[in-house]
Design a protein around this ligand. Structure first.
Ligand SMILES: Nc1ncnc2c1ncn2[C@@H]1O[C@H](COP(=O)(O)OP(=O)(O)O)[C@@H](O)[C@H]1O
Ligand SMILES: Cc1cn([C@H]2C[C@H](O)[C@@H](COP(=O)(O)OP(=O)(O)O)O2)c(=O)[nH]c1=O
Length: 213
């Protein structure tokens, strides 16, 4: 079963994912992990990174919300065999960012009136045309935007490979993305959602996931 971990940049998705692996394994479950974008997997991953870090060759793609979303979606489509196996498995496969990231970030870049149609377009593209499996559960890590921003900045300072990208640098965008995630969770977009507050521990979240399976 695919369990997608979602949230704004610096929310702690990667940290929660690692803690969940430990918590679920301790509870006797087998756990796999995947993360998107897959920056290291050619040809789409390096193109995504170039787009996010301001490479001029990708500027026309970066300027278009739908072209950017298509790049992220095709990066996921490249992983369809792994994703199909994960969806069919009894084991939990934690996916750090999945289709909802595209819905939340793309919609947040559009005027409010265009957001519902964009969410539908992402669902039709990824879950329909590209035949990516629906997640069994989507976990929204709900962290205040200021906390996430401070974490993303200290992570960037500590690790040259994690320099702030163009989405992370845009505080207003992050605020709109947080709002979009709330909308997606409220609407049960694509699959069920479970929101997690900062005080919840990995053990507690792991128990929720185990109980749902
Ligand atoms: N619960 C937490 N409390 C304090 N710091 C955290 C917490 N979760 C994550 N961090 C720190 O915040 C930074 C961003 O976390 P990360 O898991 O990489 O976020 P994301 O994957 O959502 O971008 C990292 O430096 C991490 O160590
Ligand atoms: C996976 C995905 C990410 N994004 C955005 C969210 C992030 O701001 C950005 C990079 O993903 P991110 O998870 O922040 O990568 P890393 O922390 O390893 O640098 O891409 C989308 O817009 N759509 C997607 O489908």
């Amino acid at each position: 079963m695919i369990v997608a971990i979602e949230g704004i940049d610096g929310a702690g998705k990667n940290t929660l994912t690692r803690a969940l692996v430990t918590a679920l394994e301790t509870a006797g479950r087998r756990v796999g992990t995947l993360a998107f974008p897959r920056y290291a997997v050619a040809p789409l991953g390096p193109a995504v990174r170039a787009m996010l870090t301001g490479d001029q060759a990708l500027a026309p793609v970066a300027a278009s919300v739908r072209a950017s979303a298509l790049l992220f979606a095709l990066d996921r489509a490249n992983a369809r065999p792994e994703l199909a196996a994960a969806a069919a498995s009894d084991d939990v496969v934690l996916v750090d960012r999945y289709v909802a990231s595209n819905a939340a970030y793309g919609a947040a870049r559009l005027p409010a009136a265009e957001r519902p149609a964009f969410r539908d377009w992402v669902a039709a593209l990824e879950l329909g045309d590209l035949a990516l499996p629906r997640p069994g559960l989507q976990v929204l890590l709900r962290v205040p935007v200021e906390v996430a921003r401070a974490r993303a900045r200290s992570r960037a300072a500590a690790d040259a490979d994690r320099a702030i990208d163009r989405y992370e640098a845009d505080d207003a965008l992050q605020t709109r993305v947080a709002h979009e995630y709330e909308e997606l969770a409220r609407a049960a977009w694509a699959a069920p959602w479970r929101t997690v507050d900062p005080a919840e521990t990995a053990d507690a979240v792991g128990k929720i996931i185990s109980d749902l399976l």
